[in-house]
Design a protein around this ligand. Structure first.
Ligand code: DUC
Ligand code: ZN
Ligand code: ZN
Length: 471
């Protein structure tokens, strides 16, 4: 008699390397056996289903404070429920350092918000907005040693932007401590210049956000970030790459052997700047305001090529949910006066996997292996969670998503579990949905519904592998 707790039987196991028919045996929350004819105390029939490593969304914003008092639509409870329903078992949100505050205090506050509320596992990135000597010399090194091994820096936004000297300082600390810097690459001065010009011409509707955040400004900042990283000799991740031009900068860097990783997101393969026009240049366009903004058909084609050829390492949602209506939402009096006050961000943690599967695997643009690599294995590797996460292998956490590749249904706000009051993907026809999400052997979502178990833990990470051949 086997002592397995659970067997996932008769499915097609899919990893970033291969697909094969097998049962998976789970014991104490880990994968204990992979084979055929396995038996255990409990059995889940996976016939006709794909068995994938649980989705890892390496870029989500939950319960993050904002400069203007707008409130994020998701905290840890609703955000991770939504993630679980969308086939994810781990998400990586951001601890935002409020200027003037100790980063350590911000981490402790954020941990308290998460505690007892997570339906998936979580690991935190840091956002460094105030790189004081204390932060650079003491807090960051200590936090890296505690497992907070990735931090995001911004090249735009009045309350977050770092100048070039500060960027170089943060890169230097990352190199010394063996941490990974994620860069929001959009040029602040160019955006401010374009904003002033558009406003002066009376162009204040949400659509003009897309013109102010021009692709050229993203290209320039991407190149500048890469140059700084080359100078310091530090690996970086360019996050939320939106179009052909910044993507070409990543390719330029790679061709020179630089360690530049890249992320893209669902909005850059499904939406365009035209969506920001709303019905007739009206406020409806605010539903699509995010930074960088969606571009055009040419950029979408380029991003698909990059997803296929390995330019992109990871595909994350950049879930950054603000309600469209009501108090502290996108629709606030200031936002009605100018696009520059519309909160930047759109929801997507629950729809990331179905969109990439349906548009990518279903339409023959990427392979099933690439899908798993982009959405689970590579984020686990890049951010130091592998092989505990991101793979189906003996000893790994039993984080699994059972996937029905034939199921067809439209994306609908009424069926989503996030705290937002809309989805930018309303009505999109999707073939391929998660039917069961399993975290460390326990079911956390079934048929698009979270099961309400708060099993999530906080994970600490070591990213020193990305420095493997550095001196
Ligand atoms: N950057 C993000 O990563 N998310 C939302 C808004 C932004 O500017
Ligand atoms: Zn960003
Ligand atoms: Zn983001």
């Amino acid at each position: 008699m086997s002592d397995l707790d659970l067997v996932i039987a008769g499915g097609t196991v899919v990893t970033a390397a291969d697909s094969y028919a097998a049962d998976i045996g789970i014991k104490d929350g880990r994968i204990a056996q992979i084979g055929t004819g396995l038996e255990g105390a409990e059995r889940i029939d996976a016939a006709g289903l794909l068995v994938l490593p649980g989705g890892i969304d390496a870029h989500v914003h939950l319960d993050q404070p904002t400069a203007d008092g707008t409130v994020m639509a998701d905290g840890f409870a609703s955000g991770t429920r939504s993630a679980a329903a969308g086939g994810n078992t781990t998400v990586l949100p951001f601890v935002l350092q409020i200027k003037g505050q100790s980063l350590r205090t911000c981490v402790e506050d954020y941990r308290r918000k998460a505690e007892g509320n997570c339906h998936t596992d979580v690991a935190f990135h840091l956002i460094v907005s105030d790189p004081t000597p204390q932060v650079l010399g003491q807090e960051l090194p200590a936090l890296v040693r505690d497992g907070y091994t990735s931090f995001k820096v911004f090249m735009t936004y009045d309350d977050l932007v770092l100048n070039d000297a500060q960027l170089l300082d943060v890169f230097e600390v990352a190199r010394r401590e063996r941490a990974l810097v994620m860069v929001h690459a959009e040029g602040h001065d160019a955006i401010k210049h374009l904003t002033r010009r558009l406003e002066a011409g009376g162009h204040t509707a949400p659509y003009y956000h897309a013109e102010a955040h021009a692709q050229i400004a993203e290209r320039e900042a991407t190149h500048r970030a890469i140059s700084h990283a080359q100078l310091i000799d530090v690996p970086i991740v360019i996050v939320h790459v939106s179009g052909r031009e910044p993507m070409e900068q990543v390719q330029w860097a790679r061709a020179r052997g630089l360690k530049v990783f890249a992320e893209t997101c669902p909005q850059y393969i499904t939406l365009t700047a035209e969506d920001l026009q709303g019905l007739n240049m009206d406020f409806e366009g605010a539903k699509y305001v995010c930074s960088p903004p969606p571009r055009d058909a040419d950029s979408q084609a380029a991003i698909w090529q990059g997803l296929r050829d390995g330019t992109f390492d990871i595909f994350s949602s950049d879930h950054c949910p603000f309600r469209f209506e009501g108090e502290a939402s996108k629709d606030n009096p200031r936002a009605r006066t100018s696009f520059k006050w519309v909160p930047n961000g759109i929801p997507g943690v629950e729809t990331r996997l179905p969109i990439l599967f349906s548009e990518g695997v279903g339409k023959g643009r990427i392979s099933l292996q690439r899908f798993v690599a982009l959405t689970s294995t590579n984020p686990a590797r890049l951010y130091g969670l592998y092989p505990q996460k991101g793979s189906i292998a003996i000893g790994a956490d039993a984080d699994l998503t059972l996937w029905d590749p034939q199921m067809t249904r439209q994306i609908s706000q009424t069926e989503l579990n996030h705290g937002c009051d809309y989805t930018p993907y309303e009505g999109m026809e999707i073939t391929g949905w998660p039917v069961r999400t399993i975290l460390r052997g326990q079911t956390i979502a079934m048929a698009g519904n979270p099961t309400g178990v708060e099993l999530g833990r906080e994970l600490s990470r070591d990213v020193s592998d990305v420095y493997a051949d550095s001196v």
